[in-house]
Design a protein around this ligand. Structure first.
Ligand SMILES: [Zn+2]
Length: 497
């Protein structure tokens, strides 16, 4: 897609004066965001947002509170009113110590406040710049009760993730972007005298339940951003996780749905994660903050695209929401190098700054389905487990029926054989994969108090991810649900045909 210049030309940046008494001092957000070298705190952001409101254009609301009572701000920019049909949600700092996305969003808001005409009239732009203010204040990844918010989009046990997902269900964005940072100078790289090459990376949603046309549009946008970042002098590649090549494996973002990116994707949005690279061991890790902020700004701008792109994405996202469920649900997927191809991974030699191409066959870029089950008509939750499930069904916005009389249905129960596999350091998840046996389908009388969750509902994909008992990495790996899965016993959720 071609992208009109938007907020980046030097002329625009130079004509911005200090925001003056009505906002942040220039020292905090320099006129040119590329000169930033210090992140903006919760308190500074709060006072900035209170003063940035522009009736009829910029509104600031509170979408909820963190576990320690801090405000979760939502900023909405819309100058087209009802004509603004392309809804965009940019959110950041779920991990409190990953700051650049928030800083990029605040500079974007500042610049749009000065130059409203730079926001296309057909764009309805929502921003949640700081989803984890407690973690931000404590300079740590987790929230105020030490939960990792970007592993909470399935259970939604935390108020911060509930606020974000409630917003997403209310506005149904066509495009959504999560914003993170990764370490460029991890132990494995340092031991080799290297550091990870990119300063800015992006990946799309990849969950198997997201229609292929939506995932392909995301990958197109990831690829077409490359020349823009190259022109601005920023090292850029598709986001991947993993250790140094060629020995260590690298793979794209996780295909699970407990993160924001796939959570939004399964709601029917073109959904991305952006990760910028931090040198944690540098004497001042924020010395190059402005460079990371600029990488973010280029990608945020790139994803708004031009009007034909926005119209195309809006239609694709709306089509994905109406898309019938597939006949089979992938229950076991993994990343592989299907053809054994040798690819090159770029690294930076720390001492010289030279960029090297390292050949590897351990770059796993193909998502392979190893197991699937037929899609059921509904799921039924045993009455004895209903109290445990109802808060999650509510948090997910799912529709269900509590049986008030016994009902005869064709039911497939599943039995847990065992939980296995240790923690996966690469994805920071995947303890306890579920080895499950499907039992024969039988006509059963479901007792009073059972919860019936039909799949003919708007959020059916979320219901599947939450309830499907055959998923290799499902609900029973989570602490609050582990005790419901006893090896040898049937699981409390069954498949209904
Ligand atoms: Zn993160």
């Amino acid at each position: 897609m071609s992208v009109a210049p938007f907020l980046r030309s030097a002329g625009i940046l130079l004509c911005l004066s200090t925001f003056g008494s009505a906002g942040l001092p220039q020292a905090l957000i320099p006129v040119d965001h590329r000169a930033m070298h210090r992140t903006i705190s919760y308190e500074e952001m709060s006072s900035f947002l209170q003063q940035i409101v522009r009736p009829g254009f910029i509104t600031v609301t509170e979408e909820g509170r963190s576990t320690q009572g801090r405000k979760l701000f939502l900023v909405r920019l819309n100058r087209g009113g009802a004509k603004a049909r392309f809804r965009v949600l940019y959110y950041a700092q779920q991990h409190g110590d990953e700051v650049a996305g928030k800083d990029a969003q605040l500079t974007l808001i500042r610049d749009l406040a000065r130059h409203p005409d730079l926001l296309p009239e057909d764009v309805d732009l929502y921003l949640m710049p700081m989803l984890n203010p407690d973690g931000a204040e404590a300079h740590r990844r987790t929230n105020g009760v030490d939960a990792d918010l970007n592993r909470d989009h399935l259970l939604m046990a935390q108020p911060e993730t509930r606020a974000l997902q409630q917003l997403a269900r209310r506005i149904r964005p066509h495009l959504a972007v999560d914003s993170h940072e990764f370490g460029r100078d991890g132990d494995g790289y340092r031991a080799k005298g290297w550091e990870a090459w990119p300063i800015i990376t992006m990946d799309g949603a990849n969950h198997p339940l997201i229609p292929g046309y939506l995932k392909r549009a995301g990958m197109e946008a990831v690829a077409s951003a490359a020349p823009l970042l190259q022109k601005a002098g920023h090292a850029y590649r598709r986001y991947s996780v993993g250790g140094p090549p060629p020995e260590e494996e690298t793979r794209p973002s996780t295909p699970e749905v407990d993160d924001g990116r796939n959570g939004m994707g399964t709601l029917g949005a073109l959904s991305f994660i952006i990760e910028s690279g931090v040198r944690h061991r540098a004497s001042d890790p924020q010395a190059d903050l402005g460079e990371r902020v600029d990488g973010y700004r280029i990608l945020y701008q790139h994803l708004l695209g031009n009007r034909p792109w926005r119209n195309r994405i809006r239609k694709l996202a709306e089509r994905a929401r109406r898309e019938p469920l597939p006949p089979f649900i992938a229950t076991n997927v993994f990343w592989a190098n299907r053809d054994g191809k040798v690819s090159t991974v770029k690294i930076t030699e720390a001492a010289s700054g030279r960029v090297l191409d390292v050949p590897t066959a351990n770059d796993m870029t193909d998502l392979v389905v190893k197991g699937s089950v037929p899609t059921p008509r509904a799921y039924v939750i045993e009455a004895s487990a209903a109290a445990r499930f109802i808060p999650v069904l509510e948090a997910q916005g799912l529709r269900w029926e509590t049986l008030v009389a016994p009902r005869r249905m064709r039911v497939e129960r599943c039995r847990l054989l065992r939980l296995e596999e240790p923690y996966d350091d690469l994805y920071q998840r995947y303890k306890d994969r579920q080895i499950v046996e499907r039992l024969a389908v039988a006509d059963l009388d479901l007792p009073v108090g059972s919860l019936l969750v039909p799949l003919d509902q708007d959020l059916a994909r979320r219901a599947i991810q939450l309830l499907e008992p055959c998923l290799l990495y499902g609900l029973y790996g989570y602490p609050g649900f582990r005790d419901l899965a006893r090896p040898g016993a049937s699981l409390p959720v069954s498949r209904v045909f």
